[in-house]
Design a protein around this ligand. Structure first.
Ligand code: PLP
Length: 384
């Protein structure tokens, strides 16, 4: 069975011998032309037409009213938590099965993550466990939500759409409204994924994307914050650009600001990649369908997009039967130069977050972490 997967991957990428990475970028559109244009115009830094164009493209693509480009997905998360009003010593609800950036950003504002389990189908924050947690372990005081056990304020919730698969975000929206908790979607992996026809990242007060080199599309490094709230949209733009009060020559700043604006040279790359996003997702969904076909009626479970959603299938994932079988698969494929890797080490298992509160048991998170393997998922480039 393992052999069948490896030979499928080699055939798919028409790569009989060489190393096959997990995810590599594709620059087959206007990337060279746009990047060269920034060099020739000298506008390579944080001012330039491509930054504005990139933001317009994201607004148009996602339907969000405001889009602000940032240096990366981690700074996008940091800024979102700041403007959502998360304060030192607050708790922020998130999942343990996520990339470290989610929890790092929570730490940057002096808050602590509190972990709630994920669903087995979406691999993302479970609305069921979230509801149980909020119902039994929190108390409302003066219109704010507090964690009974620690007495700490719960000011935000950050679900993550794992590998592009949407969580049951409409349920989470309702719960966050009911408990007066700011909802920030970590949509770093899910640009172009939809839940009930609506773009991931556009359900919460704020949503963040990443354009790191391994994501569905890349700007080298980059991120984006989207929101429909005018006040927040304008504040994000202001704070990510050193909080400088506009003036032709005077330097006056009215806040502690951040140098989080995406450079034009990166935005140029992003604009060219955005032009190809739909085509890339189409190819990624074709690959997912092929993996699904290959693995049906076997003991390996292919992780499919959850009900009512459309996934961008950023990284394809399979679930092996148990930890030894997972490790055997990782050994087998990597020894054959076909890259595969396990899920991230769960956040509550890392020393920095080991003492964080848990809002539920983390049985599903542990089940997935023991069994999951990501398979090569780069976009296949056809010459036709
Ligand atoms: C990639 C990623 C980020 C951060 O993105 P960078 O652009 O690398 O800072 C945040 N959260 C998740 C879940 C990610 O996968």
């Amino acid at each position: 069975m393992f052999e069948k997967v490896i030979s499928f991957v080699r055939e798919y990428y028409e790569e009989p011998n060489n190393f096959i990475p997990l995810h590599e970028p594709r620059f087959v559109g206007n990337e060279r032309a746009y990047v060269l244009d920034t060099i020739e115009s000298t506008f390579v830094s944080s001012v330039g037409k491509y930054v504005d164009r990139f933001e317009e493209m994201i607004k148009e693509y996602t339907g969000a009213k405001y889009a602000i480009a940032t240096t990366n997905g981690t700074t996008a998360l940091h800024m979102s938590l700041l403007v959502a009003g998360v304060k030192r010593d607050d708790l922020v609800i998130t999942q343990s099965l996520t990339f470290i950036a989610t929890c790092n950003a929570i730490s940057y504002v002096g808050a602590n993550p509190i972990f709630v389990d994920v669903d087995l189908d979406s691999l993302g924050l479970s609305s069921f466990h979230l509801q149980e947690f909020l119902k039994t372990k929190t108390i409302m005081r003066n219109g704010e939500c507090f964690h009974k056990e620690s007495g700490k304020r719960i000011s935000a919730c950050v679900p993550m759409h794992t590998f592009g698969h949407p969580v049951k975000i409409d349920e989470i929206v309702k719960l966050c409204e009911q408990y007066k908790i700011a909802l920030i979607e970590d949509a770093a992996e899910s640009l172009g994924s939809k839940y009930k026809g609506k773009e991931c990242g556009t359900f919460g007060l704020l949503g963040t994307y990443s354009f790191n080199g391994n994501k569905t599309i890349t700007s080298g490094g980059g991120g984006m914050i989207v929101t429909n709230d005018e006040k927040i949209g304008k504040l994000v733009k202001h704070l990510t650009t050193q909080a400088k009060v506009p003036h032709p020559w005077h330097f006056v700043h009215d806040h502690i600001g951040y140098n989080y604006r995406l450079p034009n040279i990166n935005a140029a790359l992003a604009c060219a990649q955005m032009e190809q996003l739909d085509r890339f997702i189409l190819e990624k969904r074709k690959l997912a369908a092929a993996y699904r076909g290959l693995l049906q009626d076997t003991s390996i479970r292919f992780v499919e997009e959850p009900e009512a959603s459309q996934s961008n299938y950023w990284l394809n994932a399979i679930l092996l039967q148990n930890l030894p079988e997972r490790d055997a698969f990782l050994e087998f494929s990597n020894a054959r130069n076909v890259m595969s890797r396990p899920a991230w080490t769960l956040m509550h298992k890392l020393s920095m977050f080991a003492d964080c509160h848990k809002g539920s048991d983390l049985v599903n998170s542990e089940f997935i972490a023991d069994r999951l393997v990501n398979l090569p998922s780069s976009v296949k480039i056809n010459n036709n």
